[in-house]
Write a protein that binds this ligand. Structure first.
Ligand SMILES: Cc1cc2nc3c(=O)[nH]c(=O)nc-3n(C[C@H](O)[C@H](O)[C@H](O)COP(=O)(O)OP(=O)(O)OC[C@H]3O[C@@H](n4cnc5c(N)ncnc54)[C@H](O)[C@@H]3O)c2cc1C
Length: 470
């Protein structure tokens, strides 16, 4: 049997759904493989690329966003195309793809939040941190949300990096925020914020917190916010002490040392306070129509199998707060016509090959990134993950395990989108928007001012495309 590795005249055609890090790493591995000729079309529901690098990574962490320079190089490849403002499951469906490509890679990330499952979760002023993050970063679906920043005391539930991002953004001064690419609407709202105390509530102990050390350390250098940690909450139970002593996790030991340092530094009379609390699990949000308090149960660390887990005690505490951000993780959402594991919030797969509920392989379908392995890991974690998926895909191609597209011509998809009246954006369009955002920022001494409405993006492009050439 002849193997299929693509030729210039008859390349392997791959559709990638989504344009976050996992999508770009997948494109990079597909396009740079010396033994295959692959054409990549990337479909993104927003007019702009880069997923959570644009819509998740905190605005005061600009260095992390420079990863897009590598994505930019991939986008310049002659066999790469970007189709923005195209939603899979709405503008395009599975049969459209199977009729035009040899394979599809789902790289749609985890688009919603996990629920706490406690009474009062849906009270007013209780929000998913995902919404707040998307709002301050200018995701068009969330830009019209409003957060009651007239409250003085806020609880952020969770002990990961997203919780720390949220606490830090709430604690920053308007001057600090103005130096970032935070959206205009968020800058204005946060400048008027009356928040004074931000409680970060973690269900585990200080030895198990999931922060990265750099993020934790950064809390100690905010212009106008002190970090407060009750030394009693840093006292270690025997299991945690043994865990740190064993040297099993360097990060845990580093984090613990940073927490001790922050606790010792004490308060310096700054205007805001970030209070880190440990071993507390919310059991209820209290209030008549809006949040007035969070009731927590105090935990102790116990051993469950090989794991140290937070186990509830009989001890409860009610903490008055007027605003709550729940930051306990993201969760994937199903795509129409694509297998989905509701429990884990992922597309079920074996090493990136999509499988159905009977464990059978779905020919031509692959997954990558957070929708493949769940919402864990940093941007770089998506690279080896993408490499694995691409290896599986190219191996399957060689054995003709792919879609048999009736219409594999390159123009077929453009024609279909035009017939459907879908106003898609290209990578060139994104470069125009990028430049416009930077210029709009420069005009007011900021690094960038983002467009936050799809209509505004499309009309800005329209204006540029129809501007008279001088
Ligand atoms: C708040 C937050 C902050 C973070 N900060 C950092 C950090 O500082 N440093 C770091 O290394 N990592 C950070 N991460 C982790 C990092 O962002 C992820 O590892 C990475 O973005 C996951 O990549 P992905 O491609 O799987 O998903 P995503 O980045 O979420 O990309 C998915 C893309 O798919 C698109 N999409 C979804 N559905 C459809 C559809 N139906 N049709 C078309 N397109 C669709 C989405 O619009 C999106 O563009 C952060 C994560 C979060 C949530």
């Amino acid at each position: 049997m002849n193997t299929f590795s693509g030729t210039r005249a008859n390349p392997i055609r791959v559709a990638i759904i989504g344009s976050g890090p996992s999508a770009f790493y997948t494109a990079e591995f597909l396009l740079s493989n010396p033994d295959a000729v692959v054409e990549v079309d990337m479909f993104e529901r927003l007019p702009t690329p880069f997923g959570l690098v644009r819509g998740g990574v905190a605005p005061d962490h600009p260095k992390i966003k420079t990863v897009t320079r590598a994505f930019e190089r991939t986008a310049q490849h002659e066999r790469f195309r970007f189709f923005g403002n195209v939603t899979f499951g709405h503008d395009l469906i599975y049969p459209d793809i199977a009729a035009r490509y040899h394979a599809v890679v789902y790289a749609v990330g985890a688009q919603t939040d996990r629920q706490l499952g406690i009474p009062g979760e849906d009270l007013l002023n209780s929000h998913a941190a995902t919404e707040f993050v998307a709002w301050y970063n200018g995701h068009p679906d969330f830009r019209d949300l409003a957060f009651d920043l007239s409250q003085e005391r806020v609880a952020v539930i969770g002990n990961g990096n997203v919780a720390v991002d949220v606490a830090r953004i709430l604690a920053r001064t308007p001057d600090e925020l103005r130096q970032t690419d935070i959206t205009d609407h968020a800058l204005e709202a946060l400048a008027g914020s009356r928040v004074r105390e931000i409680l970060v509530l973690g269900r585990r102990g200080p030895a198990q917190a999931k922060f990265t050390s750099a993020e934790l350390k950064e809390l100690g250098s905010l212009a106008d916010a002190d970090v407060v940690i009750n030394p009693a909450e840093l006292e270690l139970d025997p299991l945690s002490a043994e865990y740190l002593r064993s040297g099993e996790s360097k990060t845990a030991a580093r984090n613990y040392a940073i927490l001790q340092g922050l606790s010792r530094a004490g308060q310096n009379g700054k205007r805001r306070r970030i209070v880190l609390r440990f071993l507390v699990s919310p059991v209820e949000l209290l209030g008549s129509d809006r949040v007035e308090a969070v009731r927590v149960v105090k935990n102790e660390i116990c051993e469950r199998g090989h794991f140290m887990s937070p186990c509830p005690t009989e001890d409860y505490e009610t903490i008055p707060v007027g605003l709550v951000f729940r930051s306990i993780g993201y969760h994937g959402v199903p795509l129409p016509g694509v297998p989905f594991d509701d429990q884990q919030g992922i597309i079920p797969n074996k090493r990136g090959r999509v499988i159905n509920e009977h464990g059978e392989r779905m020919r031509g379908e692959y997954a990558v990134g957070w929708i493949k392995r769940g919402p864990v890991g940093i941007i770089g974690s998506n690279k080896p993950d993408a490499q694995e998926t691409v290896e599986m895909l190219l191996r399957d191609m060689a054995f003709h395990q792919h879609f048999c597209p009736a219409n594999p011509a390159r123009e077929a998809i453009d024609r279909l989108l035009r017939q459907r009246g879908i106003h898609y954006t290209t990578y060139e369009d994104w470069r125009v928007l990028d430049q416009l955002e930077i210029e709009r920022g420069l005009a007011v001494g900021r690094p960038r001012r983002k467009f936050t409405r799809v209509e505004d993006m499309l009309s800005a492009l329209e204006a540029v495309h129809h501007a008279p050439v001088l």
